[in-house]
Design a protein. Structure first.
Length: 124
């Protein structure tokens, strides 16, 4: 019984630690803006999130990585954004940056959330 409890505890700890891994943004390369997306095209336009490849990379460098609950509870999620691809540790990943200065990077099944309180200049 103790063996099973130990194994279960180890599995829980492994699962929690992998879910909490932070992405090392300095290891992001080959970031490209691919497209603009909007759920409300009359209210949220490409000019609301007009970032170049360099600007998008700067967003991830300036942003703070947060968990989904923090993002959901404390930030406004805009209905439009830009998306594209990048390489992280030689793995191809997708990313999205919303007009409200929030975003995410998805590498396989892992999704990392970001919010940027210092990005006013990028979105003006």
């Amino acid at each position: 019984m103790n063996y099973l409890l130990s194994c279960f505890t180890a599995l829980l700890l492994l699962g929690c630690s992998s879910a909490q891994q932070n992405i090392a943004v300095q290891q992001i390369t080959a970031l490209y803006v691919a497209d603009f997306v909007s759920d409300e095209p009359l209210q949220c336009r490409p000019t609301d999130v007009d970032l170049s490849n360099v600007d998008a990379l700067q967003f991830f460098q300036l942003a703070q990585q947060v968990d989904y609950k923090t993002l959901h509870d404390h930030y406004n999620i805009a209905p439009c954004g830009i998306e594209g691809t990048l390489k992280y540790r030689q793995q191809s990943c997708n990313w999205q940056i919303k007009a409200g200065a929030t975003g995410h990077i998805q590498c396989g099944e892992e999704r990392h959330y970001f919010a940027c309180d210092k990005c006013e200049l990028l979105f003006n």
